[in-house]
Design a protein around this ligand. Sequence first.
Ligand SMILES: Cc1cc2nc3c(=O)[nH]c(=O)nc-3n(C[C@H](O)[C@H](O)[C@H](O)COP(=O)(O)O)c2cc1C
Length: 300
Amino acid sequence: MNTKVNLAGVELKNPVMTASGTFGSGAEYGEMLDLNRLGAVVTKGVANIPWPGNPTPRIAETYGGMINAIGLQNPGYDVFAKRDIPYLTQFDTKIIVNVCGKTTEDYIDVVEKLSDQPVDMLEINISCPNVKEGGIAFGQDPKAVEAITREVKKYAKQPVIMKLSPNVTDITVMAKAAEAGGADVLSLINTLTGMKIDIHKRAFAVANKTGGLSGPAIKPVAVRMVYQVANAVKLPIIGMGGIMTADDAVEFILAGATAVSVGTANFHNPYATVEIVEGIEAYMKKYHVDDINELVGAVK
Ligand SMILES: Cc1cc2nc3c(=O)[nH]c(=O)nc-3n(C[C@H](O)[C@H](O)[C@H](O)COP(=O)(O)O)c2cc1C
């Protein structure tokens, strides 16, 4: 039985990876589960300098999910490189670093610094506010998506995954823009912008007013978007959005994802990733699937 998948020349032992921002840089979870079992660990977003994040409260539960407005708090590249990369290199899993920035120069700074690091792939989070373009996220404007992809590709030594925002009218336009800019892989979806009001306090549940909705509530939207993008571009896709079980993961693969990321599920069940690896294997045995790649996009 083959569970190996290939993303732009990088071979993963299985298609299961962590979703950025929900797994730290692996250390907290590494105490509980065997990171060697995962196809890849995707780190939380790292910027060129430390970001303090948003005021608290930053998270709120919702039906079938949660809203977060962490604001991409991170210790900055220097701490990350010294503390987190050496931790992850102990394991037989691929390392994917999620990169955030407020300007094109910020992204390039991190991408250049990562060029001589033992990192397998870069995932570029374009749901960050583009300060030079009035704060609208890079990922909400196809011209900006193409331009940032092209710039990052100029400096990147590792294959580049562009992570798409679902907060757009037509995600295939953004997918095609990333492909035109030279992206190697696409990942989707990031969180959907949401809002929750505490009726007793008559106040917003998160201080930022809006936040990103994640978890099983968004899964049908994510599956639909993966399917649309898989039919619009030739690039391999990493699917995510509400994956809680192996069945959910298989659904994304059938829709067209070559690999999957598990996010919010980690907060609910820290063993979710490894259980999903085992559950995919059980599904393959049950239905006599010899090679997981047979399932990718199998539902037309
Ligand atoms: C608390 C939290 C922090 C996140 N931080 C990041 C981040 O730093 N970079 C990024 O690209 N996505 C980030 N995300 C988005 C997730 O990686 C993922 O795209 C999204 O949550 C959908 O997957 P899920 O429903 O399985 O959580 C974050 C999500 C959550 C819930």
